[in-house]
Design a protein around this ligand. Structure first.
Ligand code: SF4
Ligand code: SF4
Length: 382
């Protein structure tokens, strides 16, 4: 059975501007049926790394917040801390980055930012999934605790996943640091001794007592490592890194198993939104943004995350590539832009595995909402 994916393009008229059309899209997609009075509603978003400029515009999120308030639910903005050391790897720097990127309490109409996995990424909830790679996954607790979830993903290319959309926003984005590390690697992180200063920050904070200092260099006992990733964020020189030992299909399956964990207690209490705008080749975790691969397309909404990502990928691939991006092959409408960017990544595998474990369907019906018809204009440029 196919799922409905509701879609709006970027056309607006004097009768209905973009934010108003966004509210109509969300209401057509059933937001009022999903959210009810007093639901503490997590809006899972990526605030953008410092220096990145193509994350979702705050003005759109403000409109979403106001639309959620019409249902009498109570929204808050959330994300989990990053595994890598950057401008969002602890709750303080994460909130500071979000505010600097435009997501302040006042601009978000009084919706607060609550980092889902706490100050250092340790506020996590173990969710039983019993799937191929994991029996349990670790998710930022405040997302698990929320009564309802609205996932807002910036749909774009991604180096490891082919594209990043709703499934990745949930699976990777809601995982605690331990959950993120479990997806990226099956084993302990790696220490680059060449750049190690011997400061002992990693050893002092390692809960497994897995790191020892010998002759001013850090050494790890991998048998004692529990994969919490604490040492990665503590190291001031970036000498401890993720071990990229997983193959791409395994990485994608692990990510999707975390998506399953995130949605486990959100049956009929989640809505998924993809902003198919500023479609850059890489993730918003980068501290810069590259030229988009195709023109802005619009916004898509569904209560099926698999159908939503499939429809969004198809919309991107139906477009002609822009000349200034790093995409140099598969430029024509109908050609696979993500394969053109990352030839060794089978992006369809995340959709295939998500469908297989029951997260949704790849079959969809695209229901486009048309712009309201033009009314005699009262506005003039003078
Ligand atoms: S990942 Fe955690 S347990 Fe493993 S070495 Fe680093 S701090 Fe210690
Ligand atoms: S925190 Fe980094 S620099 Fe300090 S001892 Fe550990 S690996 Fe070396």
């Amino acid at each position: 059975m196919s799922a409905d994916v509701f879609f709006m393009d970027l056309t607006t008229t004097s009768r209905e501007n973009f934010p108003e059309k966004l509210t109509r899209l969300l209401e057509t997609a059933g937001i009022k049926q999903i959210l009810t009075k007093n639901d503490l509603t997590a809006i899972k978003i990526h605030f953008g790394e410092q220096g990145n400029t193509n994350f979702i515009r705050p003005v759109y999120i403000r409109q979403l917040i106001q639309t959620i308030r019409r249902t009498e639910a109570t929204p808050f903005l959330t994300d989990a801390n990053t595994l890598y050391v950057g401008s969002r790897s602890d709750a303080i720097s994460h909130i500071k980055t979000a505010v600097e990127n435009g997501f302040s309490y006042s601009s978000m109409d009084g919706a607060p930012i609550i980092i889902a996995d706490g100050l250092f990424g340790k506020n996590e909830t173990k969710i039983q999934v019993d799937l191929k790679h994991f029996s349990n996954v670790y998710i930022g607790s405040e997302i698990v605790n929320a009564n309802a979830l609205v996932s807002v993903a910036h749909f774009k290319g991604h180096e490891l996943a082919g594209f990043g959309g709703t499934l990745k926003n949930l699976g990777m984005g809601c995982a605690s640091r331990r959950g993120k590390l479990a997806q990226h690697s099956g084993v302990a992180p790696r220490i680059r001794r060449k750049t190690c200063l011997g400061c002992a920050q990693c050893a002092d904070h390692c809960p497994g007592k897995a790191i020892l200092l010998k002759e001013n260099k850090a050494y790890m006992d991998k048998d004692l490592c529990i994969g919490c990733a604490e040492c990665i964020v503590r190291c001031p020189t970036g000498s401890i890194n993720i071990n990229w030992n997983s193959t791409v299909p395994v990485f994608l399956e692990k990510m999707i198993e975390h998506t399953q964990g995130v949605l486990k207690n959100k049956t009929n209490k989640a809505l998924f939104i993809n902003f198919i705008t500023d479609i850059t080749p890489k993730c918003d975790c980068l501290p810069y943004s590259e030229s988009p691969i195709v023109n802005d397309i619009g916004v898509a909404v569904s209560n099926d995350p698999v159908a939503l990502d499939q429809a969004s990928a198809d919309l991107v691939n139906s477009k002609k590539a822009l000349p200034d991006s790093i995409l140099k092959t598969n430029l024509n409408p109908g050609e696979d832009k993500f394969k053109g960017l990352y030839p060794s990544v089978d992006w369809g595998h995340q959709l295939h595995y998500a469908e297989k474990i029951g997260l949704g369907t790849r079959e969809y019906t695209l229901k486009k909402i048309e712009s309201l018809t033009y009314k005699k204009s009262s506005g003039h440029c003078i």
